[in-house]
Design a protein around this ligand. Structure first.
Ligand code: ATP
Length: 359
């Protein structure tokens, strides 16, 4: 059964629709990530769930109960926002114990719970440290421990690590998923979390279920890998970091005529129908220049940039203005900038962004 069910929510500000027809079911124990560009309504949706805003229409159900009459403080949800606002004059333990005190936990039970949470977020023994002595990342961990301590029925996180520097964000991100999963095990009740971000990397790292939003609507939702493999629109593909998108026309046997040439796909469409084709960035292999291969494209190297374990190759084609990018393993030798290059495109990497035309 779903823990939380959003049913056709609408919300406008000053006559401008900000959320349109939002329906979503969240299963207990899941981390659901709301991903979308700035201004698409993510925070507003979180605030509706929290009870900080009221929907114009639609319902929010929590374990079968309509939340519309239940004020914020009675919802039993935990929050962690970007400006996590710790109490600067209290020490770490007092900050983490805050929600426990509010809930009337006996003092003797507060202390072990605080210690348990500090261990979980990697700050064991930090109990008596003053807040102002902590680094940004440590403060963020304390804020997370504070939000998790009372074992909230639902944890709402709004860009909680957005303000940290890149290195810290990456480290905390790596730990956040296991913290969320383990925090539930400790109290014998899984943590269900809704996490808002505009960062695709964060979304992939954390989500059990990914919800991509665009202009106040849900554009697509599903497990992250499913969305990556089967984006349903150019918006979703681009937002998940895939920008090789071309207009083409279906030909016989699942081939598509594109500005790059005729490409074999693993799908099909009615001959002559238009199609928007995504070519995945990981779907190319370098071929010898003097050999023709099926599904080969020839272009010119425009740029090569190093991305950790891969290299991002940008190609240009004669008579075509749009370039295309591929991720290739760092071990693959590439010709220098401005040289001709020949690539084989994997048919499985050619994905029509139009649900009607797939196998
Ligand atoms: P960001 O990632 O920048 O925080 P978001 O996706 O969370 O963006 P929201 O903060 O939900 O987006 O805002 C959605 C739209 O609603 C924006 O255009 C914003 O200006 C508008 N908006 C939000 N709150 C209010 C308000 N209280 N009054 C008027 N307009 C608002």
């Amino acid at each position: 059964m779903s823990l939380l069910r959003l049913d056709r929510l609408h919300k406008s500000f000053n006559g401008q629709p900000v959320l349109t027809d939002i329906s979503l079911e969240i299963t207990e124990g899941q981390t659901v990530v709301l991903l979308g560009p700035s201004g698409c309504g993510k925070t507003t949706l979180l605030r509706l769930i929290a009870g900080l805003e009221t929907a114009d229409s639609g319902h929010i159900w929590f374990r079968g109960e309509d939340l519309s009459q239940r004020p914020v403080h009675q919802r039993g949800f935990g929050y962690l926002f970007q400006d996590y606002a710790l109490f600067p004059h209290k020490n770490v333990a007092a900050n983490v114990a805050f929600g426990l005190r509010m809930q009337g936990w006996p003092v003797e039970k507060q202390r072990p719970r605080v210690a348990e949470l500090l261990a979980l977020v990697g700050l064991p023994g930090f109990d008596h440290r003053p807040i102002h002595e902590l680094s940004g990342g440590e403060q963020q961990r304390v804020a997370l421990a504070r939000a998790l301590a009372p074992a909230p029925r639902l944890l709402l996180l709004d860009e909680p690590i957005g303000a940290l520097d890149r290195a810290l964000r990456e480290r905390l991100l790596g730990e956040l998923r296991s913290i969320l999963k383990q925090a539930g095990t400790a109290v014998g009740q899984p943590v269900t979390a809704i996490y808002v971000t505009h960062d695709q990397e964060e979304a992939f790292a954390l989500a059990d279920e990914l919800v991509v939003m665009n202009r106040g609507r849900i554009e697509q939702q599903g497990p992250p890998l499913e969305l990556y493999r089967r984006p349903q629109s150019p918006f979703v593909a681009r937002f998940l970091g895939m920008s090789n998108i071309f207009s083409g026309t279906w030909q016989a046997d699942g081939q598509v005529q594109t500005p790059l040439g005729l490409l074999q796909t693993a799908s099909w469409g009615a001959i002559g129908d238009p199609v928007t084709l995504l070519i995945r960035p990981e779907g190319a292999q370098v071929m010898p220049l003097d050999k023709d291969v099926p599904n080969g494209v020839r272009g010119r190297v425009v740029d090569i940039s190093f991305r950790g374990r891969s290299q991002l190759l940008t190609l240009a084609f004669p008579d075509y203005t749009q370039s295309i990018q591929f991720n290739l393993d760092i071990s693959i030798p590439l010709p220098p900038i401005d040289s001709p290059i020949h690539l084989w495109i994997d048919p499985l990497a050619c994905w029509p962004l139009d649900t009607k035309t797939r196998n």
